[in-house]
Design a protein around this ligand. Sequence first.
Ligand SMILES: *[C@@H]1O[C@H](CO)[C@@H](O)[C@H](O)[C@H]1NC(C)=O
Ligand SMILES: *[C@@H]1O[C@H](CO)[C@@H](O)[C@H](O)[C@H]1NC(C)=O
Ligand SMILES: *[C@@H]1O[C@H](CO)[C@@H](O)[C@H](O)[C@H]1NC(C)=O
Ligand SMILES: *[C@@H]1O[C@H](CO)[C@@H](O)[C@H](O)[C@H]1NC(C)=O
Ligand SMILES: *[C@@H]1O[C@H](CO)[C@@H](O)[C@H](O)[C@H]1NC(C)=O
Ligand SMILES: *[C@@H]1O[C@H](CO)[C@@H](O)[C@H](O)[C@H]1NC(C)=O
Ligand SMILES: *[C@@H]1O[C@H](CO)[C@@H](O)[C@H](O)[C@H]1NC(C)=O
Ligand SMILES: *[C@@H]1O[C@H](CO)[C@@H](O)[C@H](O)[C@H]1NC(C)=O
Length: 419
Amino acid sequence: MLISLITVLSFIPLALAQVGVVNPLVQHCGPSNVVCVNRYAAVMPYHFFRPDSFNGTSIPFSATSVPNDTSFSLLNNSNFIVYDRERGLAILGANPTYEKVFNVSEAVHEAPVYVPGLNKLFLSQLAPPAGFLPQLVVDLNKEPPELSEFLSDPPVYAPNGGTFHKGLIYWGASGGNNSIGGTEQRAGIRTLDPHTNKTTTLLNNYFGWYFNTVDDLFVDSRGDVWFTDPDYSWFNALTDTAPQLRSQSYRFRPSTGQVWVIDDTLGQPNGIAISPEGRNIYISDTSSVDGVISSAYPHLHASHWNQTSAHTIYKYDLLDDAVSGEVALINKRPFYYSQEWVPDGLKVAQNGYVVTGAGKGVDVLDCSGSLVLRIQTDYVVQNFAWAGGNLTEFWLMGQGGISRVKWELKGQDLSKSYT
Ligand SMILES: *[C@@H]1O[C@H](CO)[C@@H](O)[C@H](O)[C@H]1NC(C)=O
Ligand SMILES: *[C@@H]1O[C@H](CO)[C@@H](O)[C@H](O)[C@H]1NC(C)=O
Ligand SMILES: *[C@@H]1O[C@H](CO)[C@@H](O)[C@H](O)[C@H]1NC(C)=O
Ligand SMILES: *[C@@H]1O[C@H](CO)[C@@H](O)[C@H](O)[C@H]1NC(C)=O
Ligand SMILES: *[C@@H]1O[C@H](CO)[C@@H](O)[C@H](O)[C@H]1NC(C)=O
Ligand SMILES: *[C@@H]1O[C@H](CO)[C@@H](O)[C@H](O)[C@H]1NC(C)=O
Ligand SMILES: *[C@@H]1O[C@H](CO)[C@@H](O)[C@H](O)[C@H]1NC(C)=O
Ligand SMILES: *[C@@H]1O[C@H](CO)[C@@H](O)[C@H](O)[C@H]1NC(C)=O
């Protein structure tokens, strides 16, 4: 009996041994710079292998070796990778464009804020060079747009997140030092009036302790500023003081000065965003990039990559109890585990779709965490902002580039929703 079974099996051709393979994995669809991945490439032909990312190097899905499917190489040369054909192509529209508008340094580029009244996009550049103090501004009144340095009064060191609220830019200032540009600055919340260039400090401590790295932020409808405070400024040598506070997230009320902790469950909370109707809040945990804080190594400024740690966006419901006055985040659940690197910049589009910069590209997710499409870049993207009259120009930036996408996905109108 056993012998005859082996005999039967030996007649099955080897090629049939793998069933269910998605074929082709990738194909052209829609406009010429767009490809579609079929069935999320759920079954790939053996032998395939994707190397792990390591330290500063993000390994994209497209770098997976799949010798038995020639269609896979189409991923490399397209600007847009669609996973959900119907909704993805609708977001892109008939003529989506991707254009790398500026080559910039390998430094982190962050905190993009579009100021409608000036039609300018403000963004930050962190060190290196050490102590770099100005911001960058893209003038969208010019075509092609022009990039210049901008120094506010007084200067603000290392904004790592930004938003626009009631005519002011709100910055999460991430650096701290006793002599930066000749004065002391500590991590906190600062505002810039983009018409006068004047800045103000709204917050610089928690009962005397320095914040670690005020990172990303948004302002809610009553003017409260929600922000994350991970440990990165210590790892990146943007502060001279090792973290004094747990790595966690807060809500700050400028009208009273009060600060509440809102979540202390994430290793390195990073991006933070609110849905257009204010019901949900998203926070990313980028613990895959982490470092050492130890009295044994008092001046160790370094981060390392951990492939199996969290690179995950969490979704929360916002409890806002009119009777007790309690505001809290409840029902935390994992929302999206990024397909590459860590979900850094995080914002919600006008239609509720969640957008995140993750490695060499930007992922677009629906409100249930389904991956709809990806913009692909040749540099690691930190953050992005919508700009232009119709908020359909999408500017993305990171280590080496600033790019512009034109598509149909609109940003939230920050100049209107909260005034
Ligand atoms: C990553 O960085 C750590 C700490 O600096 C180092 O020990 C390790 O060798 C690096 N790994 C790679 C693959 O470069
Ligand atoms: C695609 O690009 C990756 C780098 O992102 C590279 O490792 C890979 O070999 C490329 N694949 C093809 C088929 O060109
Ligand atoms: C799959 O690819 C490997 C490596 O190129 C090759 O040895 C093998 O024959 C291929 N298998 C099939 C079924 O084509
Ligand atoms: C950026 O640099 C690359 C390589 O040097 C060059 O081919 C490209 O034209 C530059 N792009 C811009 C927008 O300057
Ligand atoms: C403060 O920052 C400046 C500019 O980066 C740097 O030269 C100086 O060493 C820093 N001071 C401390 C105590 O880290
Ligand atoms: C603000 O800074 C910009 C860029 O440096 C400059 O063009 C503008 O005149 C400044 N505005 C004021 C009111 O100083
Ligand atoms: C990487 O992260 C995982 C999950 O948090 C943890 O179990 C593991 O110990 C970490 N590895 C290293 C080398 O830190
Ligand atoms: C905004 O959309 C309207 C209607 O589609 C169009 O006429 C107008 O040119 C657009 N404006 C900009 C700045 O893109």
